[in-house]
Design a protein around this ligand. Sequence first.
Ligand SMILES: [Ca+2]
Ligand SMILES: [Ca+2]
Length: 300
Amino acid sequence: MQIGTASPPPPSSARGTHAIEQVAIAAGSFTMGDSSGDENPADGETPRHRVRLSAFSIDATSVTNDAFAAFVDATGYRTEAEVFGYSAVFHLAVTAPEQDIVGVPPQTPWWRGVRGADWRHPGGAGSDIVDRGDHPVVHVSWNDAQAYCAWAGRRLPTEAEWEYASRGGLDAAKYPWGDEEVDDGGWRANIFQGEFPARNTAEDGWSTTAPVRSFAPNGFGLWQTVGNVWEWCEDRFDPGYYAQSPETDPQGPRSGDVRVLRGGSYLCHISYCNRYRNSARSQNTPDSSMGNAGFRTVAR
Ligand SMILES: [Ca+2]
Ligand SMILES: [Ca+2]
């Protein structure tokens, strides 16, 4: 940077316009971790521990297809799914012909590696996002989310920021709305109904992604932290981290290859993956993309 040299302000295109509504979160503290007894032990949702956070602002919704398109239009960015030529699609959401199926993971045989699946083609060939501008962008990796954040002058939330924001002021509640079950008085989140993975009755109205402002926001005004799509966080994942987490603004483990995902998705089913809870944790490699994961961003 040159000091003392008169120069015009940078053109407005130098930083992208992040078009997602903001929620201001005041500095505060909370108890992080599972209090309901529903934790998945291997995920390290306990021990519960005190966390103190500085103030931040966070996206009220996941980043939408329209917002991501603005980034791609301005930069020409190609997502990792586009570079690799394929991404992971749930078997019932595949729109592509058989010859585009490039793999079926043996441990999770409801997934398909689909050639041509990417954020613009969430089911592969034969799908598009023409009517999904207000749906969360999916098939974006952690690295893709970082690229968006760099353009927008943002960052991903830490795992602690995400959980605090998802709780919406209800310390120790299981869900963003409290402790009532997800189907109590009507569906409260976009998850999977029916027999997983063979048949999705979509009683909640959605078999894959829903518009980001579906269902009801939490006490802080955040929509669909749980359900709809998993959301990448900044942190590396370590199931033992909570036993050593610092109290103030924890940043996650310093080393490790995988990154945290939070909140569950439209594929969560109570019989199989009850991770549509505030404290539930998951992880994947930073170059992984799939049709049920996106992100929301934060700034100080
Ligand atoms: Ca659903
Ligand atoms: Ca979510």
